[in-house]
Write a protein that binds this ligand. Sequence first.
Ligand SMILES: *[C@@H]1O[C@H](CO)[C@@H](O)[C@H](O)[C@H]1NC(C)=O
Ligand SMILES: *[C@@H]1O[C@H](CO)[C@@H](O)[C@H](O)[C@H]1NC(C)=O
Ligand SMILES: *[C@@H]1O[C@H](CO)[C@@H](O)[C@H](O)[C@H]1NC(C)=O
Ligand SMILES: *[C@@H]1O[C@H](CO)[C@@H](O)[C@H](O)[C@H]1NC(C)=O
Ligand SMILES: *[C@@H]1O[C@H](CO)[C@@H](O)[C@H](O)[C@H]1NC(C)=O
Ligand SMILES: *[C@@H]1O[C@H](CO)[C@@H](O)[C@H](O)[C@H]1NC(C)=O
Length: 479
Amino acid sequence: MTARLPISALLLGLAAFVSGLSFNIPTSPPSNSSAQLSAAPVGISLEFFAFPEYIQDVPSTLACLQNMKDLTGTWPPMRIGGTTQDRATYNASSAEAVTYTVASTADAPESLTYGPSFISLAATYAGEVIIGLNRRLDNISNTISAALFAKGRVDNLYSIELGNEPNFYVASDPIAQGEPWTAAADEASQVTWQEAVCGNLSTSDLISAGVYFGTSPMSIVGLTAKEGSANDYVKDYCSHNYPQSSGTYNLAALMGHSEIATQIEPYAAEISAAAAKGKPHIFGETNSATDGGGGISPTFGAGLWILDYVMQTLLLGTDALYFHQGTIGNCQYCWWGRYDMGSPYYGAYFATMALANADQIAPLDSQDTPYAAYAIYKSGTPVRALLYNSDYYTATNGTRTSQTYTLSGLYSSSVTAKRLTALYATSRVDQGENPTVAGQTFANGTCAIEGTESVETVIVSAGKATFTLAASEALLVYI
Ligand SMILES: *[C@@H]1O[C@H](CO)[C@@H](O)[C@H](O)[C@H]1NC(C)=O
Ligand SMILES: *[C@@H]1O[C@H](CO)[C@@H](O)[C@H](O)[C@H]1NC(C)=O
Ligand SMILES: *[C@@H]1O[C@H](CO)[C@@H](O)[C@H](O)[C@H]1NC(C)=O
Ligand SMILES: *[C@@H]1O[C@H](CO)[C@@H](O)[C@H](O)[C@H]1NC(C)=O
Ligand SMILES: *[C@@H]1O[C@H](CO)[C@@H](O)[C@H](O)[C@H]1NC(C)=O
Ligand SMILES: *[C@@H]1O[C@H](CO)[C@@H](O)[C@H](O)[C@H]1NC(C)=O
């Protein structure tokens, strides 16, 4: 016993020394840097039927978005859409924003109507909005009347979707007119609807096209090959991505740095296909897991996933991501609810901090280990470094391991850093394990920033400084 302790202590020390990471921060953006970043790449998607309630009855919605706007100067972009956009019919004479009935408040409506005030409410948001309109019900004149009103009324309109996740349409949906709903059928339908909607609106550059869940059997690669001159009507090409679904829920895999790289890889071709058509790509709806989230979605680890997933998809070339917020009170991955905050918001806020007013980001690591490092550039100069230790740490692990990162290429005598942490990757706000950003939390019900900010200072010696990140932690270094 007495002999084992020093040996294991020695081995531990040795292991820590050997596995310490070193990254040089290039003085200008390296060749694998991102393209120019948009002003607010981290946005939200609000489920269509719940949009008025989110804005009018859930104070955290605008407060949480304002927290992010305060970091960047730009309101996060918002998409209004989802499954219920394809169940919705526009009623130009309705005074109500939205009309539906549900058996339980946990349910989404099977059918709904919405009126002009729904669209006017979208016009009150201070950021850009995407409005998702119906294609599934095959009522093109109805969709055109809503699009006409939106185009005239919503100065902040970024784009309009014509249908949500049409890869899930089936032969019994009205749009299919009794025929099998194939990729070819959808591509032809998208082009026809783009032409009719934009023709009636006398406009171009309006449609968020594709709106596919995943990349198969329908894809942006396939759609762009059929667009022809209708590409002029397209504002952006849009993918939806949920890395996990029932049967595969695994938080360690969700938040793992190299696993994220593998998971998003199929989207590289989608982004390239959009770029080849001269259009941006967006993840117009995304979040951690479908089908209720299997307990992994409300966790801090899902927040760490957001952080690294945002960086990696921006590096792939996407323009913005819209994280979906579903039925109020029945939404595992939501960033906030009526009463409690969600742990994932901490990751979204930290990602926004990292990217605030930046022009480019660059990966310093090769994305094949659990340990991420990014340099963040403004006007060609490194301004921040983002470090992420994606080792999965929970209450059952025992001692929390850590990783050391030595950064070189630093030019000031000391740097400051802000830490994103929580007790465990599994920590949930509703279970009392609040994550922190630089020591601060977001208040339940209001999203107000609470607590005293704690900023770490690290001395730079010969252009180098060393940082320690526990398993399941991230650090933003201001250089
Ligand atoms: C549209 O709204 C008007 C005014 O509320 C209502 O009378 C009418 O029944 C609605 N139409 C449909 C199809 O819901
Ligand atoms: C299509 O929408 C129009 C209103 O824009 C409505 O009058 C008509 O009943 C709708 N058709 C169907 C089949 O629902
Ligand atoms: C307007 O939309 C209708 C479908 O409702 C379509 O048949 C017509 O071609 C469109 N008009 C223009 C100018 O594109
Ligand atoms: C990016 O380039 C740097 C060298 O500048 C390299 O060390 C790193 O592995 C690369 N990462 C990726 C993901 O391409
Ligand atoms: C925590 O335990 C899990 C399950 O055994 C393991 O996969 C993971 O690597 C451990 N994490 C750390 C940081 O040791
Ligand atoms: C939010 O409420 C939960 C209880 O639902 C509580 O455990 C948690 O500590 C609260 N968070 C903050 C930041 O007050």
